[in-house]
Design a protein around this ligand. Structure first.
Ligand SMILES: Cc1ncc(COP(=O)(O)O)c(C=O)c1O
Length: 400
């Protein structure tokens, strides 16, 4: 009999964290490795936000706070939703957790009974299915192929809904594809959801500010107000404000749900770090100009990566609307032989042979539920991206 709980056998460690660790280990062993696996901006947290954190320490904001967020931070979050999304929330509709990840986890833990279904459009962020499984729910993955821009189609949503469906998880812009839904696309999904009053919507808007080519970000509770009462709008400071290490995420939604999420949090972590909360207040209330400037840098990198990957034999790279990922197809490399003599049969083979041959670490598409693809994070400098894409081109050219 194992000492470890059965629930561990249901889930796997995050494959994206695994790739990052593997790249780090190879580097430490002296290999020349470029890691394109990590999902975090390479920019530093802006100076005014860092200073607010320091002020919080010096000013003695170092004690427990309210479990699900300080009044100041909840106020700043309400102001953000109104200002940027036209959504009106009161502080008792807002919860703050240790990153967007904890907020999503709390919501699932607070609502799922064994066998409850959660619809997850694939490709998906790696944590959604495993968090559902940890909460004893059943992930229902719905394929969103490249021909559909990796976006959920209303008819496919309709077909996936059963009496057991509790949530639909939407993520726009998406990790791993960068695809983002237009207001019209959200309305079309909303029309389906309006016919199924028992389905709640968890929208993960973490990459809201990283959209390109004048794409206009919208969120479902905003464009389909009839769904406001059953939507949990999740966001955070990690990606938009380059604050991944500070661990602050938040959500707004129905009061009863928000309260239940706070109960879960009260028996796990209690409040998120007091200092990080003070810094997040400054992030949300302070100057916002740098967000656009940084997004412009990301757009240039996206253009570079998409163009260079489309010149690699056997790859095809769609041009995504947002986030800092691309999700190219490696279908044209399947069946070919790598320099080691191994035949590439899957996207996992592609990723591991690429790492072996050229020292470029990417995450294979199977980890995100749609093959044969791989994910590149372009949240790194232009020089490094150029070198990485050159190596990928060389690797693809070497396949026989
Ligand atoms: C789609 C998506 N949601 C949520 C998160 C979690 O964000 P946080 O670092 O705030 O927990 C991530 C981070 O990679 C993400 O990509």
């Amino acid at each position: 009999m194992s000492f470890l709980a059965d629930r561990l056998s249901r889930i796997k460690p995050s494959p994206t964290i695994a790739v990052t660790s593997k790249a780090r280990a190879l580097k430490a062993a002296g290999r020349d490795v470029i890691g394109l696996g990590a999902g975090e901006p390479d920019f530093d947290t802006p100076e005014n936000i860092r200073a607010a954190g320091i002020r919080a320490i010096e000013g003695g904001q170092t004690r427990y706070t309210d479990v699900d967020g300080t009044p100041e931070l909840k106020k700043a979050i309400c102001a953000k939703f109104l200002r940027e999304n036209g959504l009106t929330y009161t502080p008792d509709q807002v919860t703050v957790g240790v990153g967007g990840k904890q907020v999503l986890y709390n919501a699932l833990m607070a609502t799922l009974n064994a066998g409850d279904e959660v619809i997850i459009p694939a490709p998906y962020w790696v944590s959604y299915p495993d968090m559902v499984l940890l909460a004893e729910g059943t992930p229902v993955s719905v394929a969103c192929p490249a021909e559909n821009g990796f976006k959920l189609q209303p008819a496919d949503l309709e077909a996936a809904i059963t009496p057991k469906t509790k949530w639909l998880i939407l993520n726009s812009p998406s990790n791993p594809t960068g695809a983002a839904y237009t207001a019209d696309e959200l309305k079309a999904l909303g029309a389906v959801l309006l016919r199924h009053a028992h389905v709640y919507i968890m929208t993960d808007d973490m990459y809201e500010h990283l959209v390109y080519d004048d794409f206009k970000f919208t969120t479902i509770a905003q464009v389909v107000p009839e769904l406001y009462d059953r939507t949990l709008t999740v966001n955070g400071v990690s990606k938009s404000y380059s604050m991944t290490g500070w661990r602050i995420g938040y959500a707004a939604g129905p009061k009863a749900l928000i309260k239940a999420m706070g109960v879960i949090q009260s028996q796990s972590t209690s409040n998120p770090t007091s200092i990080s909360q003070a810094a997040a207040v400054e992030a949300l209330n302070g100057p916002q100009d740098f967000i656009k400037e940084r997004a412009a840098v990301f757009q240039k990198r996206r253009d570079l990566v998409v163009s260079m990957l489309n010149q690699a034999t056997g790859l095809h790279c769609p041009n995504p609307e947002g986030a800092f990922y691309v999700y190219p197809s490696c279908a044209g490399t399947i069946g070919k032989t790598a320099p080691t003599g191994k035949v590439i049969e899957t996207d996992e083979d592609f990723a591991s042979e690429l790492l072996e041959a050229e020292g470029v670490a990417v995450v294979h598409g199977a980890a995100f539920g749609l093959s044969p693809f791989f994910r590149i994070s372009y949240a790194t400098s232009t020089d490094v991206l150029e070198e990485a894409c050159t190596r990928i081109q060389r690797f693809c050219g070497s396949l026989k």
